[in-house]
Design a protein around this ligand. Structure first.
Ligand code: XUL
Ligand code: CO
Length: 441
């Protein structure tokens, strides 16, 4: 990939990040992510499909509920809205191409500031996506997914598609229409719905049934519009249990799958599973991936990690090899992503203020995933992991067990078979399995 800069170089002194191998002591090099290395029949770049998230990397200014910005961006200086947006896009593509990230993802308002005028917002998005298209063509970087931010504006405080006031729903519709137009124009491969405020703060003032019906209706309209415009990609729902609402309707993978089934959306929608959302829901990331994969709905992932001591969405960059190896076992067994990839929905810390910090963060995340994929593949190829797990269910492979699984036995038959006596205990061997992971890392 060619590095693409604008008239200003924003990350001076840092060139393109190259693969140097595990022996390298250069902190600005990949030690595991060799994009062309073939694993399980495909190059790493095709398995992993890394994407940079525009919002965290180029808008996230380090502010938190206790203090204002700490990241003061050189690309955020000009007075004119579009000039400022173009500078930001120059910086974004410089970073993305220096990192050799094949994809990026955005919300509409990440690309350019929105005001309250619907038609003006459409004009702004159209103008900046024209610029994005030039940048994509010059670099070869592609859009993994686009989305609309339906949670920051004050009008969405009671929800967007689920708002009790229809006039707010119309604004959500206008925003999604424009975001779909932008995604299609840029050849976006997927489109995401994350329902940040599609939920409630109190059930006392909420008609949950009505709100969920409206959400389903809204998703149908969005799907229909995009298909009419020729969009062939996948729609993803991104589950999260809470934050900013007390309870979000897209609580977790199982809840979303039930919703998609109930409202006849299974043909067009898959799931975008985020690590820190899974843990907030009281699950592991691996659990959520497995639920999605078992239904054939594993679309994409938002990579990050939470903090074991904090109960909120800290969105730190992923670095836990053990957990990521378990993750890649599930993704490999599922045959990869359903249209998506690995979007780093992660932010550098408030006090990470050097331009190089954004590089270290992405290098760490990409190397961790690459190493986890290589490790998981070795486990599948060289260990007894799959065989052992299969053997646990051997009693269903023949005889009465096989008949049970095929629906050929009734409850009375089970009772009669139980007369054969107490089964011997069979070890679950959890520690043995856990050691396989460590042995191959
Ligand atoms: C918020 C979150 C979002 C979605 C896109 O927790 O994950 O950034 O990924 O709206
Ligand atoms: Co996310």
């Amino acid at each position: 990939m060619e590095v693409v800069t604008g008239t200003t170089e924003y990350f001076k002194g840092i060139g393109q990040i190259k693969f140097e191998g595990p022996g390298s002591d250069n902190p600005l090099a990949f030690r595991w992510y060799d994009e062309n290395r073939v694993v399980a029949g495909k190059p790493l770049k095709e398995w992993l499909r890394f994407a940079c998230s525009y919002w965290h990397s180029f808008n996230g200014n380090g502010s938190d509920p206790f203090g204002g910005p700490t990241h003061l961006f050189a690309w955020d200086q000009k007075a004119d809205v579009l000039d400022r947006a173009k500078d930001k896009m120059d910086a974004a593509f410089e970073f993305i191409t220096k990192m050799s990230l094949p994809f990026y993802c955005f919300h509409d308002v990440d690309l350019v500031d929105y005001g309250n005028d619907v038609a003006e917002n459409e004009r702004r998005l159209d103008a900046i996506t024209g610029y994005a298209l030039e940048k994509q063509q010059a670099s070869g970087v592609k859009l993994l997914w686009g989305t609309a931010n339906l949670f920051s504006h004050r009008r969405y405080m009671n929800g967007a598609a689920t708002n009790p006031d229809f006039r707010v729903v119309t604004h959500a519709g206008a925003q999604v229409k424009a975001a779909l137009d932008a995604t299609i124009k840029l050849g976006g491969e997927n489109y995401v719905f994350w329902g940040g405020r599609e939920g409630y703060m109190s059930l006392l003032n909420t008609n949950m049934k009505k709100e969920q019906e409206h959400l389903a209706r809204f998703l149908h309209l969005s799907r229909d519009y995009a298909r009419k415009q020729g969009f062939k990609g996948v729609f993803f729902i991104e589950p999260k249990p809470c934050e900013p609402t007390k309870h979000q309707y897209d609580y977790d993978a199982a809840t979303v799958i039930g919703f998609l089934r109930q409202y006849d959306l299974l043909n067009d929608f898959k799931l975008n599973i985020e690590v820190n959302h899974a843990t907030l829901a009281g699950h592991t990331f691996q659990h959520e991936l497995q639920v999605a994969a078992d239904t054939g709905l594993l679309g994409s992932i938002d990579a990050n990690r939470g903090d074991y001591q904090n109960g909120w969405d800290t969105d730190q960059f992923p670095n836990n090899l053990n957990e990521l190896t378990e993750t890649m076992l599930i993704i490999l067994e599922a045959g990869g992503f359903g249209g998506g990839g690995i979007n780093f929905d992660a932010k550098i810390r408030r006090n990470s203020t050097d331009p190089a910090d954004l590089f270290h963060a992405h290098i760490g995340g990409m190397d961790s995933f690459a190493r986890a994929l290589i490790t998981a593949d070795a486990i599948l190829q060289k260990s007894d992991y799959l065989e052992l797990r299969k053997a646990r269910y051997a009693s269903f492979e023949a005889g009465a067990g096989k008949d049970f699984a095929a629906g050929k036995l009734n409850l009375e038959a089970l009772r009669d078979l139980a007369l054969e006596g107490e089964p011997e205990t069979i070890s679950g061997r959890q520690e043995y399995y856990e050691n396989i992971i460590n042995r191959f890392i």
